[in-house]
Design a protein around this ligand. Structure first.
Ligand code: SF4
Length: 271
């Protein structure tokens, strides 16, 4: 069985080259990283003009995860910068260089980059990015139709072996029909409330159902992560008796849920 060293359901590992960020849109308003690392741990101040906290040992942590993946005889997923944004323009380019060098040197991991700053990506990618590093998946977060209409052309313009969309927290109904042919993976999730923060937005069933159906009809791998804490019953990720957790297959370009993922879907249906 695969090791899981991250609480985030769609990755095995997560790690940060730095911590800290600035809110850039409505999807940031209950930011988990801000709540944990700035408000609770006071490790860093959040926002524009505040120094980001450089994490020592990022590359070593990645190497360790890669060795573990090799011991398991397969590839595992590693979410890079879960408490920051790789394409933050307040971070020096040398910090990003460390990330690129680490990605280039790692054999047994598939890296997942998720950004809310898709407009910065093209100018911040390394020179040897080419059609995309073969082990790196690029996702942009867009939380409503307005962001989608504004940002999907930017995501579409960036080459990547796996191009994905994180619609988390989903903040309204979303029509993906114009863009589905450009996507390999879509993650959907409701909002989680952080301690002391405002109430999360309540996710409407129809928003999630319609989005999942659009992806399934187009053959796009889709992962429904959670209803969020604004939903009753709280949390959970069962929809119409199913857990839908699919991953893209970067080798064939065909969405392909692994056997254990299909098992989980059946188990949920029988609960
Ligand atoms: S971009 Fe991500 S890490 Fe940065 S403030 Fe928004 S939610 Fe938090």
């Amino acid at each position: 069985m695969a090791l899981r060293e991250s609480g985030i359901e769609w990755t095995h590992y997560s790690g940060n080259a730095w911590i800290g960020c600035t809110a850039v849109g409505p999807g940031c308003n209950l930011c988990y990283a801000n709540a944990r690392f700035a408000k609770r741990l006071r490790m860093v101040e959040w926002g524009a003009g505040k120094s980001r906290h450089k994490v020592k040992g990022f590359a070593a942590n990645v190497r360790k995860a890669s060795r573990q993946a090799a011991d398991l005889g397969g590839r595992q997923r590693f979410f890079v910068n879960s408490a920051s944004d790789t394409f933050d323009n307040e971070v020096p380019d040398e910090w990003r260089e460390e990330v690129w060098a680490t990605l280039r040197q790692t054999d047994h991991l598939d890296f997942i980059l998720v950004t809310k700053r898709i407009g910065n990506v093209a100018k911040m990618l390394p020179e040897d990015w080419g059609v995309g590093y073969s082990n790196t998946w690029l996702l942009a977060t867009m939380v409503n139709q307005e962001e989608l209409d504004r940002d999907m052309p930017k995501l579409a313009a960036v080459p990547a072996v796996v191009r994905g969309l994180s619609i988390e927290p989903i903040m309204g109904p979303v029509d993906l029909s114009k863009w589905l042919h450009l996507l390999d993976w879509v993650i959907i999730g409701g909002q989680s409330q952080q301690m002391g923060d405002a109430e999360p937005l309540v996710v409407e069933y129809e928003w999630v159902r319609a989005l999942i159906d659009q992806c399934l009809a187009a053959g796009i791998a889709v992962f429904f992560k959670q209803w969020g804490t604004g939903h009753y019953p709280r949390g959970g990720n069962v929809i119409d008796g199913e857990v839908i957790e699919m991953f893209p297959n970067p080798c064939s370009g065909t969405p392909s849920p692994a056997p254990w993922q299909r098992d989980r879907r059946v188990a949920a249906a029988n609960r």
